[in-house]
Every structure is written in structure tokens, then in C-alpha cells.
Ligand binder design. Sequence first.
Ligand code: SAM
Length: 174
Amino acid sequence: MVSVVILRLGHRPQRDQRVTTHVGLTARALGAEGMYLAGKDQSVVASISDVVSRWGGAFFVTDGVSWRRCINSWKDSGGRVVHLTMYGEPLPVMEETIRRLDRVLLVVGAEKVPGDLFGIADYNVAVTSQPHSEIASLAVFLDRIFQGEEFSREFPGGTIRVVPSRAGKIAEET
Ligand code: SAM
């Protein structure tokens, strides 16, 4: 199965903390391996790492990366770069090609992304050609690429887990 790591661009510490944290948490819950954050924000790293330590799994988060260096070293090591953008090719057309890849660096923006990213990415992929949100586009992308298998993923090593129930909130802590 293709492995997916997120590269979050354009993070503004004052404005985007909550959304960037949710990008990381959504990526983790829906089967990505980790997130690189272009920009420094230890509070985002701390929030996501706290969830990982309590809820399990091996999701990593690294801030302070240079997006160009991150993309270059990803490509040098044989990985492919997918940029999520409403200007790209439709996900339903691209999903089979992407599923056949080995390692994907999935780039999501916050504000306007650098124009040359469109040429640097191996694939520019749209989750509809309408403007919406990085969290929504990420979630739909991962679900389409993993074809629902993210619902049965395990998160070993956590100290808390939900016991699914029809009514009420049941969680087990160890
Ligand atoms: N105004 C910004 C621009 O012109 O690039 C868009 C910012 S949008 C709120 C933030 C991110 O959400 C984008 O960089 C892109 O990664 C993602 N996004 C938004 N709509 C999308 C769509 N229809 N398909 C794929 N990704 C989308």
C-alpha cells in the first residue's frame, strides 16, 4: 500500500495553529505516516505528539523544515510529490495512478502557495475544482487512496481507546 506523508505549507503561527493541528490529526487518523511543517510551531508539534502518545501509532510531526529541501530530498530518495489544489487534475481520474506509487509526499497549503510548486510537484490533484479547505481535501484524498482501509487500521502503543457504542461515550484506559 502507498505510504503518505504530509507537507504543510504556508503555516502562520498566529492564524493557522488550529487548522494545522487538525491537518495533522486528520492525516494521522486516516492513515498517513507523518507531517512535515514548513515553519516553526512547537505548539502544533506538542498537540499532535500528545495525541500520538495517548492514542497510539507512530505518526511523526517535524516542524521548521524548508519546503524546497523537503521536496528535493523526498524526490532524491525516489518518492513522488502530490500537490492538493483545486486547479489540478480531478482525484477520480488520478487516484489509480497514485495508489500504484510507493511513497507520496502530499503537499497542502494554507494561504496562497508558491507558484513554482505546480511545476515541481509530480501531480497536481483536485478534490473538485471548487475552493474549500485543506482538511476536507486531505480527508477525501486519503479515503479515496486507501479505499476505506483506514477504518481498520490499528494504533498500537496507546493508553486509551474508544469502545464503539450506539449511545454514550465509552473509552478504555490502561
Ligand atoms: N486561496 C488559496 C490559493 O489560491 O491557493 C487557497 C487556500 S485553501 C484554503 C488551502 C489549501 O486547501 C490549498 O492550498 C489546497 O491544498 C487545499 N484545497 C482547497 N481547495 C481544494 C480543492 N478543491 N482541491 C484540492 N485541494 C484544495
